[in-house]
Design a protein. Structure first.
Length: 70
């Protein structure tokens, strides 16, 4: 199981992550301005939902198909 530090990020912090940091989570940033993530395992794309306080959910990086959370 992948050990991930569960911190609250906002959208700007996610967009500022390096490609290497994102690859450690099994994702790549498909489009940075729109914050579209792409799973490196299956290629599915999604945009994490931002809550009312402007933060991303703790599992923002998990593919909707859950193939990168092992």
């Amino acid at each position: 199981m992948r050990a991930v530090e569960r911190v609250c990020l906002d959208q700007a912090e996610l967009r500022a992550m390096t490609d290497t940091q994102l690859a450690q989570l099994g994702v790549r940033m498909n489009r940075r301005p729109e914050t579209v993530l792409e799973c490196m395992a299956c290629g599915q794309k999604w945009s994490p939902v931002i809550d009312s306080s402007g933060k991303l959910p703790f599992d923002y990086w998990i593919c909707p198909a859950r193939c990168n959370c092992h």
